[in-house]
Design a protein around this ligand. Sequence first.
Ligand SMILES: [Zn+2]
Length: 486
Amino acid sequence: MILALLAMAVQAPPSPRRVLIQDVTVVSPERQTPLRHGYVVLEGDRIAAVGQGTPPAGRWDSVVAGGGRVLIPGLIDGHTHLAVPAGLPVPLPDDLQTLAAGYAEQLPRSYLYSGFTTVVDLAVFDRAFLDRLEAAPVHPDIYDCGGALPLANGYPMAMVPKELGWDLFPNFLSDPRQKDAIPARFRPEDHTPQAAVARVAADSGICVKTFEEPGFGPAKNLPTPTLGMIRDVVRESHARGLPVLIHANSLAAWRFATEAGADVIAHGMWNWDEFEQTGEELPGPIRALLDTVAARRIGFMPTLRVIDGLAAMYDPGFLDDPRLGRVLPQALIAWYRAPAGRAYAAEMRDQLGGADDERIRQIMRGVSDHGALAARYLASHGGRLVFGSDTPSGPTFGNPPGLNGFLELQRLAAAGIPLDRLLASATIEAARAFHLERRYGTIEAGKVANLLLLRANPLETVAAYDAIDLVISRGQVLDRAALRAS
Ligand SMILES: [Zn+2]
């Protein structure tokens, strides 16, 4: 009998770790007002209870004394490219493999350090890389859109050497208009909207990413998909419950994405096309389109750091910012300073006719400000702001992982986005955009225990997102300082 009981005790599953977080001010998008003197009970990787005043009696594996500090949901970055090492060239030369490996090792800690406990990769081209991140001792929760759906020979396939394009974007959409420009080894029937979306679903993608982009810089006038093709992508995706994100950053591309039925527009409206020279005011036809975007409940990611991250290459002080060293290995920052690390900056300067630093920053600021104006209008007229930093967005060193997300939050606040909209965008709105709202985005019983303990209130100052003391990832309480790059 005793032996049988002992055997049962040995076989019983271990009870989940119980953590009590007490005396915190809970600030979360589901609450009209902060919950003062609150407590949160964690069981294993879930939130078990939220309350106010004296916490329930119990045996705790660990107790976090909040001391009146602010507890918010862990942040979600809905637009990342995890396997792309920021600022390193694509394809990666052999002699830079060690630098890239150092970047990859720090990467999951850098997102957590910056408060991003969930990240979504919008274009997987190296599944093994994501698997390695998930095998790291600590890492954010990682979701992805599987292989992205560019049009054959379109953006972003056309931004990498031709043969590499077919390897990096095997889920491309075929195009009857360019039969002769697609290698015969690819059968058109394997690259229809139906086949491409089916591959995303089979690869356990939670979203579908496609592009409306005629190109820029040296790669202009690229082929773009027809409205019919993208409507088919949307129909197939919705039939499988997958939201569709469309890369679009001009007035024309936003119109296209809106007509195609996008769920989320994955960039800001930087380029105002025929209204480019109209200056500071938002022209009437743009306002009308933004009203339609809001009315149709289409989410949008301003991603202003795409442009600001390019401008950063021409800011002499950028690489001296001590915050870079908290998310990147020192060896990589040193390489950014070397001529090889500045090759992309030199290339872009040539494309801009050899303009000096100040002129380039001015040009970039104009583009970024257009995006900011459109974002502020949309956010204050019922639009669904969804947070996504697009890290890294190109071969620039101006988008350091994790830190780039904080810089994006800061930029959006400076652009006049209300702080409550900003918090919602990086929590519940990002969760909803990817159909993850049952798991993430608020501090409620049953949700994943991803939380941040802050020394300031993000409804009062955007600086709160950089005043993190503790990062709680799936119930694991992590000291922020321990997540820094060493
Ligand atoms: Zn992107």
